[in-house]
Write a protein that binds this ligand. Structure first.
Ligand SMILES: Nc1ncnc2c1ncn2[C@@H]1O[C@H](COP(=O)(O)OP(=O)(O)O)[C@@H](O)[C@H]1O
Ligand SMILES: [Mg+2]
Length: 397
């Protein structure tokens, strides 16, 4: 009797498991197994990262080209989740030259923010980990491979050599401290040996420089007393106060009204020229790129599908995905009933196909596109595309 009951239970279990599989869902047991495996993997990454007294030789390095501030080199950043590994950034390489602005574009979810968070070492850990590749950052004194730099050392780099302007200033400004104190804290953390008067003077000057008229008054205000545009200016002041080599601006104007957006971008551009910093710009509106950026990187599903100078990518977009993105860009003075959007969906980040990730949405797909993921093709020294249409037109780099 007991054995009959067991077989019945087994039968029911196997049926449910099959039903879950057919739905593409994982059973509880499979998820537990993945979670166990993830814990093992992420624990090892964390152990490596939290080691004490790591010799500098492990993470201080050289630039491939000394004219660059940042070099992403085959960066892989994954999230180890209970339903599988999300390959959010899957082999991304590009550089940010000194004093230049590089725009990173692509649909939502393609890995832009994860790329920038990897550079800041601000990934949500332990799930999010850089699993392969390097991010070389020139801080002006030394060159660090951020992928290997210990967290303690990163604290001295973040905010001084590289700073970030986030989308929503209210989440980054502390509501209970006056804005002046918050800017001063950044200076105190990174620049030693300054007197309180010097720090206050620097802070008020910085508030002035980001175009706030009543700088002394604003110095002692709380974030909630400021408008959205003013708060974003304070964020920029905080980012620039230590004259970073690089500023990352991840959709910095998304929540602002259109005229304020234009003002903030103008401000960023002017300040950039004055302090000769580089910018990694992730715009929420492609129109901004042509005005602001020198180079463009187009990402799709965790990989770069095209990169080049702004004029190369804008005037001569090659990848069908870039062409689609351009078509969906709103143009001033041209009224359209509905913006074009690229048909189809981004592939499931846990189960990426082994052919070109864009193929299933591509209007120009050919038989050869069923083959392996297309390799990089340089059509000029700077213009790169990964698409079978250009493989024969390659100019060897
Ligand atoms: N904390 C997280 N856990 C799991 N997956 C994440 C997490 N953060 C981001 N991702 C995934 O990483 C991919 C890239 O996200 P993101 O870089 O934020 O895209 P975007 O280009 O819009 O900035 C997406 O598939 C997203 O779902
Ligand atoms: Mg993002």
């Amino acid at each position: 009797m007991a054995s009959e009951k067991n077989t019945l239970m087994d039968w029911i279990k196997s049926k449910t498991r099959r039903a879950e599989k057919d739905n593409g869902r994982l059973s509880a047991r499979e998820m537990a197994k993945i979670a166990r495996e993830n814990r093992r993997i992420t624990r090892e990454f964390e152990r490596q990262r939290n080691r004490k007294n790591v010799p500098e030789s492990e993470y201080v390095t050289q630039m491939n080209d000394p004219r660059n501030v940042v070099e992403f080199d085959i960066l892989h950043t994954y999230f180890f989740t209970d339903i599988g590994t999300v390959k959010a950034v899957d082999g991304v390489s590009f550089e940010i030259p000194e004093g230049k602005t590089v725009g990173v574009v692509g649909e939502s979810g393609c890995g832009k923010s994860v790329t920038s968070l990897s550079l800041m070492q601000l990934l949500p850990r332990p799930q999010g980990q850089i699993v392969k590749g390097s991010i070389r950052l020139n801080t002006g004194h030394k060159i660090y491979d951020i992928a290997k730099t210990p967290s303690k050392v990163m604290e001295t780099i973040r905010g001084s050599a590289v700073a970030m302007i986030f989308q929503e200033p209210m989440t980054s400004l502390n509501p209970v401290f006056r804005v002046g104190d918050q800017i001063e804290e950044v200076i105190r953390h990174h620049l030693v040996g300054l007197s309180d008067e010097q720090i206050k003077k620097m802070t008020i000057e910085m508030i002035d420089r980001v175009g706030i008229a009543n700088s002394e008054g604003v110095y002692s205000m709380f974030p909630h007393e400021l408008s959205g545009g003013m708060r974003q200016r304070i964020m920029i002041a905080m980012a620039l106060v230590c004259s970073p080599m690089l500023i990352i601006a991840d959709e910095p104007t998304t929540d602002l009204e259109v005229t304020i957006q234009a003002q903030i971008l103008d401000l960023l551009r002017n300040l950039k020229d004055k302090i000769n910093t580089s910018i990694m710009l992730i715009p929420h509106d492609l129109g901004v790129i042509a005005d602001m950026a020198d180079y463009v990187v187009v990402m799709y599903a965790g990989r770069i599908v095209e990169k080049g100078t702004v004029s190369e990518v804008f005037h001569n977009p090659l990848h069908p995905y870039t062409v689609g993105l351009m078509a969906s860009k709103p143009v001033i003075n041209r009224s359209v009933d509905r913006l074009y959007s690229i048909p189809g969906n981004v592939p499931n980040p846990i189960k990426m196909p082994n052919y070109c990730y864009f193929k299933d949405r591509c209007e120009r797909r050919m038989a050869v596109c069923n083959g392996e993921y297309p390799r990089e093709v340089y059509v000029t020294d700077t213009h790169m595309v990964t698409c079978y249409h250009y493989i024969n037109a390659q100019k060897d780099k």
